[in-house]
Design a protein. Structure first.
Ligand code: TMP
Length: 204
């Protein structure tokens, strides 16, 4: 059994995961933890190539099922090459997206079978699971306005992003995630995130 701890940050576009994750990493390092910050898709060299295939806008966009398996290929490689070794070394691993994103985006967003995804996704990550998942929740329009990206997902309809958001909220309720209102000022969000992380690490 690994002795480190995996903490996943989830949320829709523009919810502020990446900056909150960096803030949390700084504080944890100051507290003396060894922290690894990583992200999906793209946490490995292979993953970066998969990320380009997934997010690049092209004439040959993957089908929903092909998209699912590309995300799962990215995860399998990421878990084996980066996450498992870090957990074995006792690190606190902060992951910018993990299981929750696949179920929310490919399951609820793309309308693929959620139960089927859960099974195959568990296989892809060899059962490695976050000790804590933090969901930064924010209304779709607010997030899209903040993010203003131009990849394949940013150009999806508002209805798609709304399904993803509702999917995340449903998963959070079912799985006991920590939900933080991401429309609050950044330092308030940070305070809530750190409270959840400290409570989770205290139980180690
Ligand atoms: P990012 O913008 O947080 O780097 O994530 C890239 C996009 O990939 C984002 O729009 C969410 C999407 N995504 C999925 O659809 N399924 C997944 O399993 C993951 C990890 C990300």
């Amino acid at each position: 059994m690994p002795n480190g701890c995996l903490i996943a940050f989830e949320g829709t576009e523009g919810a502020g995961k990446t900056s909150q994750l960096q803030l949390a990493a700084e504080v944890l390092r100051r507290d003396g933890y060894r922290v690894l910050v990583t992200a999906e898709p793209g946490g490995t060299a292979l993953g970066l190539e998969i990320r380009r295939l997934l997010l690049h806008r092209s004439d040959s966009a993957p089908t929903p099922l092909a998209e699912l398996f590309l995300y799962l290929a990215d995860r399998a490689q990421h878990v084996a090459e980066v996450i498992k070794p870090a957990l074995s070394a006792g690190d606190v691993v902060l992951a910018d997206r993990f299981t929750g994103s696949t179920i929310a985006y490919q399951g609820f967003g793309r309308n693929l079978d959620v139960e089927m995804i859960a099974r195959v996704e568990n296989w892809a990550r060899s059962g490695v699971a976050p000790r804590l998942t933090v969901l930064l929740d924010c209304p779709v329009r607010v997030g899209l306005e903040r993010a203003r990206g131009c990849d394949r997902f940013h150009t999806e309809t508002e209805a798609f992003h709304e399904r993803v958001r509702q999917g995340f909220l449903r998963l959070a309720a079912e799985r006991g995630w920590c939900v933080v209102d991401a429309t609050q000022p950044e330092d308030e969000v940070h305070r809530h995130v750190m409270d959840a992380i400290r409570a989770s690490l205290a139980g180690l």
